[in-house]
Design a protein around this ligand. Sequence first.
Ligand SMILES: [Zn+2]
Length: 205
Amino acid sequence: MTESPILCSIDLDAPGKQVGQLQVPRSSNMAGWSNQYVPIVSIAGGDGPTAVVLGGVHGDEPEGQIAALNLLRRLEPAQVHGRLIVIPCVSMDASLEYSRLWPSGANMNRSFPGSPDGSPDEQLAHFLSTEVFPRSEIVVDMHALEFMAASCFTELVAWLTRLQELEPDDRYRIRFRSNPTILWQKRSLRALSCFDTDIVTIESS
Ligand SMILES: [Zn+2]
């Protein structure tokens, strides 16, 4: 298989706190041969498992990116039993434009497992799939919900809360049919299902 064209400026297996970047080759309107630089931080403090935290797979979802940045700023190796690898802005070019998709139109969340010979998003996905994820016991990929667009979301949460107050015998499952053409609805319902997997199931129509 072709070797990954992505360069990582830090040694992911070294101890201590390292701040570096992934160099992702891509063309832009400014230059045919240029790179997207994706920040990557490793915080390793002795024996233990490895966790990977991803933010900004979608560039228009700032909450996870801010949370990941705060995490890597505050955490020191002495506080970690094992290793934490944080990539706070996976889709850096999309984050810079506050855009869900990459400037190429790629949806990074659909780029996995990726390919070393593919488009830049696929190359990055391949690097994560082959170099980062295999090192880790857990991967946390933080996304966000369009609360402002999902005006009925709070209504649904209130409903779910009332349902949870019922005796277990009185509970029943809620099955939502999501409409893929209504983006916010699909995303909101999926987020809702994460809150209570025992009650909510989502069907794609
Ligand atoms: Zn997302």
